[in-house]
Write a protein that binds this ligand. Structure first.
Ligand code: FES
Ligand code: FES
Length: 162
């Protein structure tokens, strides 16, 4: 067993866990933050994406012990404290980028990190950024529009709808 301690959505979380426990299972089982979804559990689908020290990381590929000392943000920590949706969350809602919603937390986390690093993305950069997350429902058009709109919104422009 190994001791882990990390900050998750602003709260310090400590536990003694098996070294093989993934960060995804630590978040879901020990922190009861089940918005981090597990699809493939081997790094393909992106549903488990969280932010670790600001970087988008697949929580199924990281052991909890590896995240000791890290600052982790999950989908539950993306909205503001008063419940106001983040720019990316609101854009996904407004552009119908959600159907069943299983993939959505992973997309939100990936896009949040992407737009921070690419505040003026090209359509090609957006497509490349989204290629690491799989969605079985939406056909991606709504998701692409949501990312464009969120990028515009973050730059203070009116969101494009085309
Ligand atoms: S569950 Fe982690 S990438 Fe699919
Ligand atoms: S909305 Fe269902 S998998 Fe993406």
């Amino acid at each position: 067993m190994a001791d882990v301690e990390m900050t998750v959505n602003g709260t310090v979380r400590r536990a003694t866990v098996e070294p093989r426990l993934t960060l995804a299972d630590f978040l879901r089982l020990h922190c009861e933050l089940t918005g981090t979804h597990l699809g493939c559990e081997h790094g393909v689908c992106g549903a488990c994406t969280v932010l670790v020290d600001g970087d988008a990381v697949r929580a199924c590929l990281v052991f909890a012990v590896q995240a000791t000392g890290a600052d982790v943000t999950t989908i539950e920590g993306i909205a503001s404290a008063d419940g106001e949706l983040s720019t990316v969350q609101a854009a996904f809602r407004d552009h119908h980028a959600i159907q069943c919603g299983f993939c959505t937390p992973g997309f939100i986390m990936s896009v949040t990190a992407f737009l921070r690093d690419h505040p003026e993305p090209t359509d090609g950069q957006i497509a490349e950024a989204l290629s690491g997350n799989l969605c079985r429902c939406t056909g991606y058009q709504g998701i692409l529009q949501a990312v464009r709109a969120a990028a515009d919104q973050k730059r203070g422009h009116d969101a494009r709808t085309s």
